[in-house]
Structures are given as structure tokens and as C-alpha cells.
Design a protein around this ligand. Sequence first.
Ligand code: CP
Length: 308
Amino acid sequence: IADLSPAEACAVLAAATRVLPLAEGTGARELPILRGAQILSVFSEPSTRTRLSFEVAARRLGAEVVHFVQDAASSASKGESERDALQNLDAMGFDAVVVRDRRDGVPRAWTEVMRARVVNAGDGVNEHPTQALLDALTILEAFGRAPAQGAMTGLRVAVCGDVRHGRVAHSDLQLFRTLGAQCVVAGPGDLAPPELAARLGATVAPSLDEALAGADVAVMLRIQRERLGADVAIPDAASYHAAWGLTPARLRLLAPGAIVMHPGPINRGVEIADAVADGPHSRILRQVTLGVAVRMAVLARACGVELL
Ligand code: CP
């Protein structure tokens, strides 16, 4: 996310706002400014929202999406290196590549090999920058603020759960701080390390209740079980929910008018109660809709086309 200056991030958010009716399906169904463009989509880690919303975004702008998986059906099975595969894919003339990978730093490494612009759709435990952009837009929309430098000034944002392995947290905190928010994190055991929080410009609260106290925004994160070492002990779902779950009772700790967010997938009854996920504070599905708009803006930018 730090590859975008605050002004560039705001420009992306403003562009996303302009195409919002397209994302919502409330305006024209298509704005074919990327007609003829080809987007390569390379997801080697599971995804529902990010992969599909990039594809929807590309199609609404008239671009074609080609999916590539380095599996037994690809020439990786015949000994081709990843570098050679990328150079060959690049020779096919894709305009942009959207990549999700379980290894930290893969999108940046690919920029060294490929001519096409590379968009990070989530790399390991490192970052998830388009999620941060859509999360920022969700907050700005909820509080009636236009994308501008300092637009989150005066807002207290609590990011709760597995901050250590949560790439969403890493990108969110950097962007929210850049836009002026006051950020606090909380998580069980060593999943909200103080040194990481300090690097990301956040303070650490010792409990979920203290993180939520007076917060305008609660971003709930699931435990990234697929990334935990064998040495990390996580309580069973019921115990976790009692200590670290956002329940209707805990909603009362938040500031008046507060919103609840979650990047998904949500684990109901673990980090968030059904009644909260489906309740009036929840912006979880709105995040998904805004994600389509943000990814339209990101793809247009990657293809060098301005969204007017
Ligand atoms: N928020 C998010 O990255 O969801 P997916 O893993 O389903 O893409």
C-alpha cells in the first residue's frame, strides 16, 4: 500500500466513487474503457471475494480476464521455472497481472520479470492493498467523508484478531494512519505484537473490550489458522468467542454511529456473532460492493486509463 502516496490512494478512491453505480448495478452495466485490454489472473491461494471482484471489475470495464494456475496442467509439470513461465506469459502482451500468492513478496518480485503492471491481490502474511483501499472507502462512505488527505482524522479504528498474520491488517493500518485515523489493535497471545503495531502506527490494547471502547470502526479479523505454527495454541471456538468475539454486548462499547467491518471470510460464532455480522452496524457486504468499484479503479490505473 505504501507504493501509493496518500494523494494517489485518494485518487483511486475518488475514481472508485465515480464508478460506484456500475459496481452496485444501479447504473449502466458496462463502461467499456478497457475494451481490448487483457488481464492475467494468477491465484495460487484460495479466494472468493478478491478473485471474483477483480474479474467482475475487469468485465464491467470491457477487459478480458485470463486465468493461469501453475498446476499439473501447466508446463511447470515439465520442469519450467516460474521465471521462464512469467516471461512467456508476458510475451503474450497482457496489460496487467493480478496475483495472489502464499509467499510474501511475490507481486513485487514479479515486477522485476514482467513488463505488465502487477497488482497485489494478497501475498502471504505481507499485504492486501486493494482490501485496504476498499476498507478505507467503506469507512469514508459510512462517515460521509470525501477521499482526501486527512479524511480519517478524528476517527478511532480498532483492528482486532490475528493482526500478526493478517495481511489485511498490515495494509489497513498503514493506509488508515496515512489518512489520519487513530488506530488500535488487539489480539490473543502474541497475535498483536507491539513492535509490529508500532511499525504500522498503531497502539496495542490488552483486551478486545479496551480496543473497542469508543471506537468508530471495528475491523474484525479471523485467525489465519493456515499460517499458524504448531507452537501457537488457539482456544476452541466457544472460548475464543467469549474472549475475542464481537458480540451484541460488546457493540455497546463502540462510539455512537460506529460501524463493523470484516474482510471475509467470516467465522460466525468465533470472531463475530451472527447478530453482529447481520446487524445494522455491519458494513461487511457493503465492503464487497465497494471492492468491485475499487478494483475497477485499480485496473484502469494499471492499464493507464483514467476513470472519468
Ligand atoms: N477479503 C478477501 O481477501 O477474501 P477472499 O480471500 O475470499 O478473496
